[in-house]
Design a protein around this ligand. Sequence first.
Ligand code: TRP
Ligand code: SF4
Length: 420
Amino acid sequence: MISPWEVEGIIDYDKLIKEFGMKPFSELIDKVPNPNHLMRRGVIFGHRDYDRIVDAMVKGKPWAVMSGFMPSGLPHFGHKMTMDEIVWHQKMGGKAFVCIADIEAHFVRDVGWGKARELGFLYIRSIVSLGLNPENAVIYFQSASDHVKNLALELSNEVNWSELRAIYGFSSETTIARLLIPAIQASDILHPQLKDFNGPKPVVVPVGADQDPHLRLARDLANRMNIFSFEKIDGGVRVRSRKGREYLKALKDLNFECRVYGEHIDLFGDREEIENAVREKELEMGGYAFIPPSSTYHKFTTGLKGGKMSSSKPESYISLFEDPDEGAKKVMMALTGGRATAEEQRRYGGNPDNCVIFELYSYHFVQDDRELCEIRDSCRGGSLLCGRCKRILAERVREFLRDFQERVKSVDLDDFYIIK
Ligand code: TRP
Ligand code: SF4
């Protein structure tokens, strides 16, 4: 079962791609300039419309990256992955939007507003310590963003209850506040395209697969809010209008060969040029002209004792604010893919593909692919035993936590644009 609020069991990512209709990331990785280690290692396994981001990246057109954090517990390595992804995309030229989902924490997880605020700032300090650049970033608390709240209300006018029930399994007992959460998250995702943030642009949302229902809803809503919608045809684009056919008339004055029908108009020429011109027209008419948001999906972070990582089980994760010695100790206690005895492991080798320690190396602690291959090979070959493998990692974790927490202390948030 996968929904935004519960993930259980071991996940078959290929099946997930098929069932949800995502695209495998491997299909597109060759087009990405300088793919990061998560992309190269298949940790980012799926996407929607990431081609649009690659295109903007390569052509130097404006685009953005946005994701959110629910401040219901301390930030841990699962969150670090998303933070690293935001920072990487920002370095590649995207404007970064960082959401602190305090409304969601309050209404879904019952976190008090004061606590959500306090935790929220730990997330902000964390992503800043991980390299977020103040030059091209907007950080906001959901509860403080009028843009997000107002757009959420507009979006909620396009969704009805039975639709939400089908996507999220809501029942008649579900509170109105909770019903609003998907609209608020869709608003998080779409609001970087509002006029006040320089209008329509490709936006990529890096998330875990459990967030995909929110993305599908946001993509749907983008289309429903727009005056015009597009469909590919031979040599051009067919444009329809959900808001009424009178709107189509204005498209006749655009500089494209056109054919007018009752319910649509066909424009001929370069597709991108046509779509841009129609969007421009829509903005003049007061429409949103949203571009459907793109997304990437990363694998779930395994809990230190196997199973899922959960903020309600402190032994299942290492928080970024954990005492460094405690963090190292947790590494030593973690579940590995090792054999029952050293003797057996020397003979048959370990299983790095089912090992929390290897996962930590791969996701966070080894940037160099060759070094990672060496660890994997010597594990499989039986020359590396779990004791040593864990001790090396424990040392790196201790170092990282020390260093990170030192940097967190000296972070200067005054340089940042924070809607708080
Ligand atoms: N729902 C997300 C979570 O549980 C947090 C979140 C809020 C988010 N708004 C978002 C994620 C927008 C991505 C994009 O972690
Ligand atoms: Fe995991 Fe390292 Fe043991 Fe291999 S040697 S199973 S990678 S802990």
